[in-house]
Design a protein around this ligand. Structure first.
Ligand SMILES: Nc1nc2c(ncn2[C@@H]2O[C@H](COP(=O)(O)OP(=O)(O)OP(=O)(O)O)[C@@H](O)[C@H]2O)c(=O)[nH]1
Ligand SMILES: [Mg+2]
Length: 291
């Protein structure tokens, strides 16, 4: 079983003095934890210089200094519902990362945090036949309205309908599912661009946010995905799903460092209640703590 960064660090700090070899190994440990090579090299270079300058040598001092280096990259994005606008959250991500499940979790979360029963789900993944069914099932379980059209329908039209009907009904939040796969990447980007333009055409009546779900188990691939979606439509926040299934977690650091994106929620299991607002401090403690 892979170990969390914190336990690898514990091992490393236990074995080594702050020597050259220590810093080399630290680099490897950080890379293995998905922070990405650029971040790992930069952080370790800075740490090496700081250790020399401030004569840090104990493992506690070094761990604290490492935490300080990583802290700026762990930014929480808050997503409060606005009262005077319809809130529209478009949930993006490649196939299988956990979009549809995350939508159901968000529906439950916001039901308890300001939206009440005024949540509508838009079945915007019209590409995959079972996707509409899957979202409808979640809607049934939650007792929430799901707007869908036949498979193959225009996702922009589904989401537009959901927004218009939500306004008429005085609902508070629209959570829109999207397809994670198309025949080609260019198709996916074009499709998302279209959906994005449609939702933007409804602003300023909408508080519109684009949330990218990243699967914590996919490693540095997550960064590549974030780059593509951010370039295509602009991402407001990351939701890191399947955080419970991995011993690594550095991908958030890598995405923040390269794209400046913060995180809103962590997905911590398959149940609807397994969604936590992102807390940078406890994330950091889990990442490097316990040294
Ligand atoms: N352990 C764990 N599993 C999760 C989490 N979020 C989603 N899953 C599981 O991941 C699988 C895929 O989830 P979906 O929600 O269907 O993913 P999707 O992105 O909508 O997939 P497509 O619609 O095929 O693109 C399911 O088996 C979920 O139960 C999480 O936070 N933790
Ligand atoms: Mg889905």
């Amino acid at each position: 079983m892979r170990k969390r960064l914190s336990s690898k660090l514990k091992e490393l700090f236990g074995r080594r003095q702050a020597s050259e070899q220590f810093f080399d190994e630290l680099e490897d440990v950080l890379i293995e934890s998905d922070l990405g090579a650029t971040v790992a090299f930069e952080v370790v270079d800075e740490l090496r210089a700081e250790a020399r300058r401030a004569q840090l040598s104990s493992k506690e001092e070094l761990a604290a200094a490492l935490g300080e280096r990583l802290r700026p990259y762990l930014r929480r994005v808050e997503l409060p519902l606005t009262a005077d606008q319809l809130n529209v959250f478009l949930v993006l991500g490649v196939n299988g990362v956990g979009k549809t499940t995350t939508i159901a979790k968000l529906a439950q979360y916001y039901r308890e945090h300001g939206a009440g029963e005024g949540v509508a789900l838009a079945a915007g993944d019209t590409f995959r036949a079972a996707a509409v069914e899957q979202l409808s099932l979640h809607g049934q379980k939650l007792g929430l309205r799901v707007v869908s059209q036949a498979s193959g329908a225009d996702p922009g039209a589904v989401i537009y309908d959901t927004i218009e009907s939500a306004k008429t009904r005085g609902e508070c939040l629209v959570l829109a599912d999207t397809a994670g796969r198309m025949h080609t990447k260019a198709n996916l980007v074009a499709e998302l661009g279209k959906v994005d333009r449609i939702v933007r055409s409804r602003s300023p009546e909408c508080n519109y946010k684009k949330l990218l779900v990243v699967d914590a188990t996919t490693g540095q691939n997550g960064l590549r995905q974030a780059e593509i979606f951010h370039e295509a439509v602009g991402v407001d926040a990351i939701i890191l799903a399947k955080y419970d299934s991995t011993a690594r977690g550095g991908i958030l650091v890598s995405v923040a460092k390269n794209l400046g994106l913060g995180c809103a929620f962590l997905g911590t299991g398959e149940k609807l209640s397994d969604l936590e607002p992102f807390d940078p401090e406890s994330y950091l403690t889990e990442l490097v703590g316990g040294v």
